[in-house]
Design a protein around this ligand. Structure first.
Ligand SMILES: C[S@@+](CC[C@H](N)C(=O)[O-])C[C@H]1O[C@@H](n2cnc3c(N)ncnc32)[C@H](O)[C@@H]1O
Length: 324
């Protein structure tokens, strides 16, 4: 089975998979392989996707690789009916210069072959298709210039690259935008959001942009689209002492929390008490693991809040995000 993750986080993923009996046999930039097991785990943090039953296909040239991938696809699709769009994905390991261009060239050559041999199926291919959960299609990952790992199935854990907004005050904005896809909901007009550790205001701006009312708690200044925003109230207070019922007379619809603080402290003294006191309906909380053991933190977070979905987002760095 092939797992994809953010390049540089393969060993974090390896430590997450090991207790599940999945032992790494090979890895590279942004990918990790295990001998095939019964199925891909339904919930993982560091994996962005899993390709079960992936096969290795090699070819010296672009055309040779494309031809062998086409043979594999046509053989496996022989008795399959294609009624609508199906996902087609070609990508590559993240550590070799020029491999992305190679993957594009192999995809182009593959699509030409497919058009010649199965024109209707080729027309239904949807290269950008990406939804959480299991999909059937064709998924190709070039691990070097002559080698691809190829599967007909993909389990996606929900991470995806988001588009920036010129008014967003920080790159952090992209994390909360991505987290909405994991939770399956976004703040809505009339809802209230408490944003702890809000400055310079990327998360607050994202919620205000959707018409929600935001209380942004941080000693630092708000900037760009969050500054003087009529839907955002800025309070220069300590996040650990903030009580939404005392401040606004009622619990919040959303808790956002992106504090640069010890993650155990955030878990123990913000998220858990907020959930116990029912101070929020939904939450998006980012825990920074730069100075702690990420595997131990993940285990603790899962044990303390079993219902949380925890993901190392596409836009996360030394941190992961809990939503629920
Ligand atoms: C990574 S930044 C938040 C970025 C923000 N989510 C955005 O989208 O722009 C972390 C923030 O946590 C704030 N912070 C750290 N400890 C805090 C505390 N005890 N109370 C309030 N804010 C705190 C820092 O001032 C800093 O602005």
């Amino acid at each position: 089975m092939l797992f994809r993750c953010q390049p540089g986080y393969e060993l974090h993923l390896e430590r997450e998979l090991r207790p599940l009996g999945l032992v790494m046999s090979d890895n590279g930039g942004g990918w990790l392989q295990t001998p095939d097991a019964s199925g891909a785990p339904a919930d993982l943090c560091f994996a962005h996707s899993a390709l079960p039953s992936s096969v290795e296909i090699t070819g010296e040239s672009v055309n040779a690789l494309a031809a062998r991938i086409a043979d594999f696809f046509l053989e496996s699709a022989r008795s399959e009916r294609f009624e609508g769009e199906w996902p087609l994905s070609f990508d590559c390991a993240g550590n070799l210069d020029g491999l992305g261009r190679r993957a594009d060239a192999v995809e182009k050559a593959f699509c030409e072959l497919l058009r010649k041999r199965m024109s209707r199926v080729a027309r239904l291919a949807a290269p950008g298709f990406r939804a959480p959960g299991a999909q059937r299609g064709l998924f190709v990952c070039l691990t070097d210039f002559q080698r691809a790992l190829v599967s007909r199935e993909r389990i996606s854990y929900g991470q995806r690259r988001m588009a920036d907004d010129p008014l967003a005050p920080s790159r952090s904005y992209l994390k909360v935008e991505e987290a909405y896809g994991i939770i399956g909901r976004e703040p809505a007009p009339g809802e209230t959001v408490i944003d702890l550790g809000a400055a310079p205001g990327g998360w607050s701006y994202s919620a205000a942009k959707r018409g929600a009312r935001v209380v942004a708690v941080d000693n630092g200044p708000l900037k760009a689209g969050a500054l003087d925003n009529p839907l955002i109230t800025h309070l220069q207070q300590d996040a650990f002492r903030f009580d939404p019922v005392a401040a606004q007379g009622r619990a919040a619809d959303w808790l956002f929390c992106d504090l640069v603080e010890d993650p155990h402290h955030v878990l123990e003294n913000i998220l858990l008490p907020w959930l116990e006191r029912r101070w929020c309906q939904r939450y998006i909380v980012n825990l920074k693991f730069g100075r702690v053991d990420p595997a131990a933190l993940l285990k603790e977070a899962r044990a303390r809040i079993p219902s949380a979905r925890i993901r190392h987002l596409y836009h996360d760095r030394e941190e992961f995000t809990l939503v629920g």
